[in-house]
Design a protein around this ligand. Sequence first.
Ligand SMILES: O=P(O)(O)O[C@@H]1C[C@H](O)[C@@H](CO)O1
Ligand SMILES: Nc1nc2[nH]cnc2c(=O)[nH]1
Length: 296
Amino acid sequence: MSTEYTYEHLAETAKYLLERVPFRPKIGIICGSGMGAYWNEGSLAEALTDKVVFPYNQIPHFPESTVEGHAGQLVFGYLMGVEVVCMKGRFHHYEGYPLWKCSMPVRVMKLVGISHLIATNAAGGLNPKYKVGDVMLVNDHINLMGFSGNNPLHGPNDERFGPRFLPMNRAYDKDLIELAKKVWDDLKLGPIHEGVYTCLGGPNFETVAELKMLQMVGVDAVGMSTVHEVITARHCDLTVLAFSLITNFCATNYENQSEANHEEVMDVGKMRQDTLATFVQNLVLRIKKLGYPGIK
Ligand SMILES: O=P(O)(O)O[C@@H]1C[C@H](O)[C@@H](CO)O1
Ligand SMILES: Nc1nc2[nH]cnc2c(=O)[nH]1
């Protein structure tokens, strides 16, 4: 990560937040485009009780959210009685931020005390079995941007966050994936998938040739976030669960006239928000009841 944010900067940010929040969250939740990053009514962050809300532009050292209509808030509160902190909206590379800046809030959440991260995103479905509105638990990713040397951990390493070199083969915690599947099934929410996610820098959606290539290398869902957050989270030893809401179908032939667009992404998010909120509420409850399982 760049030296622009030292450990001391982020400790200052964490101290500012902790002085204003009367409880300590153990679970951090990143609410992406499919989970209320852009709206209030019915969103997961709105469901929190005893909320303490920090607009990003009031938090020391935090980047500003530039996406139009994007709430840009860090919300502390209780979800089904479980202490959590939610990012309502995230930072993307296409906004002009380097990856280390996009994923800086993950380190801040670590410093305020979380041990578990739930990262959510909206993604295009490449796996032909997926339908719009489906949920895919991420069991692995392909760090495409990393192939060209763009990595959130690029630059000097501070061992207080984590090691210089880190494994990524168990990035997505298997126990949490199994738990998430059980919670989903117990709630009788229908089918749920497991698959591989990749992040492209955006802001454009993909060409047909790009999608065909991604499908060939085993990508099931494609988005514009999450990968760099998960790398940063694993670096500082957080246990990670991530899931994608499939908001659009990725056309891998030229005959298909449909075009991906952001409005559809948000519409599908709104359509599925109650289901996803119920899922995440029950999931955090189970994680707490089980004593926060997973790789620490
Ligand atoms: O923030 P996420 O990854 O959930 O949002 C995806 C990527 C773009 O920001 C947006 C495109 O519609 O959805
Ligand atoms: N890159 C990318 N991001 C998305 N976010 C939501 N849908 C898509 C998509 O089709 N491609």
